[in-house]
Design a protein around this ligand. Sequence first.
Ligand code: HEM
Length: 267
Amino acid sequence: MLNATHSRTQPMSLAKALLHPAAKPFAFVLSLLPFAWLFYGALADDLGANPAEYLTRSTGDWTLRFLCLTLAVTPVRVLAKLPTLQRFRRMLGLFTYFYVVLHMLTWAWFDQGFDVAEMAKDIAKRPFILVGFAAFVLLTPLAATSFNRAVKAMGAKRWQALHKLVYVIAGLGILHFFWMRAGKNDFAEVAVYAAILAVLLGWRVREACEPGLRRQDGRRPGSRSDPGVPQGNSFSPRSWSSMLSRSRITWTLLPSTSTSAARPRLL
Ligand code: HEM
């Protein structure tokens, strides 16, 4: 009796809240807020003296923020012992792509008037645009292969190899930002993002290199007691689990709660 009353009055734990059916729609709406805010600002003509520049820069900033958020999911999940956080990573990765597409569209529209020849010239002429464009090009296959079907079609090993491009993309994104700010000698913000990305990527490198890596629940990846190994569900053929259990880095990316969630996700 006492226990029942206690559990009724207890606040929902974060892990449970993340599993709530409304959690993903909520995260989706939250991720759309910057876009809604910019859209509203454009309609209300409330984006300052140079709305085009404001839009390009804001969408660039949001691309970088979502890249950081996406890359933060795994370390936070492991360090805070919140396996359910994993459910949000693909969505965050796809929002990174959404904002970079908007960012590129604002440049193509306001700077280049959608003139393809001019766009090509600008990419060739300005190194910081070339670097940003390269990051966009590399992000495209990651977004395109973020779906379970693509993972299955490619096989886990090739999927993982492709998704390691995220290290290059993060580096190019920072270089793009650095180069853009170099003209103004203003590196404070660049340094903050570079430090965040260095920590997030450094954590992954350490996890991948450290011998005797253990997952957050303390069990060895791929062991019999490992609840993350898919046990013959319809999606996962045997090759899946054997491939995944051989790969250390993948296991740092995988949740341990349910078989359906035990698939690699974008970034
Ligand atoms: C992952 C890819 C990219 C990231 C992370 C990124 C990020 C950024 C950031 C953070 C800024 C500076 C915003 C500020 O000053 O507050 C910026 C500016 C800019 N980016 Fe990107 N960007 C990317 C790709 C691209 C692409 C593909 C293009 C165009 C081809 C592009 C064109 C520009 C332009 C024109 C500016 C503004 C320059 C100015 O106002 O002087 N970026 N970007």
